[in-house]
Design a protein around this ligand. Sequence first.
Ligand code: B1M
Length: 213
Amino acid sequence: MSILDDISTALQSGRSPKVKEAVNKALEEGIKPQDILEQGLIAGMNIIGEKFKNNEVFVPEVLVAARAMNAGTSILRPLLVAEGVQSKGTAVIGTVKGDLHDIGKNLVKMMIEGKGMTCVDLGVDVSPEQYVQAAIENNAQIICCSALLTTTMVEMKNVVEECKKQGIRDKVKIMVGGAPITQAFCDEIGADYYTSDAASAADVALAICEGRM
Ligand code: B1M
């Protein structure tokens, strides 16, 4: 098995020290940081994402895999920056105003980062103005809104309206998700994409940034 397969396997089982060790070994072998990122770390995270979608692994496994991913990327980040490797795109993410649930939002963030994209996390209880301001400041292609309460999901419409008010609606795609959200609700409020799980959200985010959606 190659060292890149080792990295992918260790990431999938959430073994952060092993991921770090294998990433360092790959660098010593002269493998390019970008190849380690794409063929080791992102490849492993993609497998976890697919298994999560198919209910073959669950939230705890995804969380430890994401921690292992962070362990690996923390070594690579300075090298990638020095090499001038471009992020694949930028998404702003948060849980909507009035809502403090963040477990699903954090999973979406981890999966998006696992695709090699930048994800600006605004946390919970995020106002429409905060989403839009952050999207403008970070030149983001996507705003991701998560909501878990039927009383707060209505805030997503305000995010769509704020984007229109600030003149960025044609520059940014709005993705929505969370337990009470449906495709019908997404259509009704004029958002762009709904997905039911974090791995699919990351697939769509990458497709948007690569111009496939
Ligand atoms: Co709350 N809570 N909660 N809660 N809570 C629910 C959501 C509830 C369904 C429980 C129930 O009554 N059965 C209910 C909502 C009912 C409703 O609105 N109809 C509820 C309630 C009522 C409340 C309070 C009002 C309770 C109270 O105080 N009386 C209160 C509200 C506080 C607030 O937000 N203002 C409250 C508080 C809390 C805790 C703080 C205790 C805690 C949150 C801790 C935290 O998040 N840090 C909590 C929890 C844990 C839950 C449950 C048990 C679990 C939610 C969760 O994390 N699920 C939940 C009941 C349940 O779901 N069984 C419940 C796991 C997570 C991975 O799933 O977030 O759905 P989820 O994410 C999924 C997908 O939805 C998707 O990806 C993930 C999976 O891949 N997804 C996206 C999520 N965001 C996405 C964005 C996307 C795409 C996909 O694109 C952008």
